[in-house]
Design a protein around this ligand. Structure first.
Ligand SMILES: [Mg+2]
Length: 173
């Protein structure tokens, strides 16, 4: 019933993603959520650590695109200085934004990873599309109303998955 919510990996943060392993799996593109995945939702610019991580992705040959449900001001202010392509008001989990991202990155479902902190948008959307999905623990606890509502549903789904041993932990996927 909830299998669309089960990510391929579940890690404490983006920095714990094994990038070499993704390469070995044949992945070449990473679609990544912004708020509470890359930085806190109230942090306007990238941290030095994030910039370092993005540079590493580039060195490894990954293409990156930010796909966020947040508005143009927020997403463009963050992404433009980093020179990373982005889609704002993406309406995840709907499939359109994922298709658009893959088209722009000239990639396909077999070589694309979706990374995000929300089951109901990032993981559900990515799984339905057939992407390799990585759930990260959200960075910050200051969240808007809709995110809070989503979290309540998430906790329910988490418990359901945990009981059935469906939640892949780090190093166990
Ligand atoms: Mg998020």
């Amino acid at each position: 019933m909830f299998s669309s919510f089960v990510p391929n990996q579940y890690v404490p943060s983006i920095y714990k993603i094994n990038l070499e392993e993704l390469k070995e799996k044949g992945m070449k593109s990473i679609i990544v959520d912004l708020d509470n995945t890359l930085v806190e939702s109230d942090r306007r610019a990238a941290t030095p650590l994030l910039i370092e991580w993005l540079e590493r992705l580039q060195e490894l040959g990954f293409q990156v695109m930010i796909v966020s449900n947040n508005n143009k001001t927020r997403v463009s202010q963050f992404a433009i200085p980093l020179q990373i392509p982005f889609i704002h008001k993406a309406r995840k989990p709907l499939p359109k934004c994922f298709r658009k991202a893959m088209l722009e990155l000239k990639t396909d479902i077999n070589r694309t990873v979706m990374v995000g902190d929300q089951l109901l948008t990032d993981v559900l959307g990515g799984n339905r599309m057939g992407l390799y999905t990585i759930l990260v623990v959200p960075i910050s606890k200051t969240e808007g109303f809709f995110t809070k509502m989503n979290r309540r549903v998430e906790r329910f789904v988490f418990r359901w998955m945990d009981k059935r041993g469906l939640l892949p932990r780090e190093g166990n996927h």
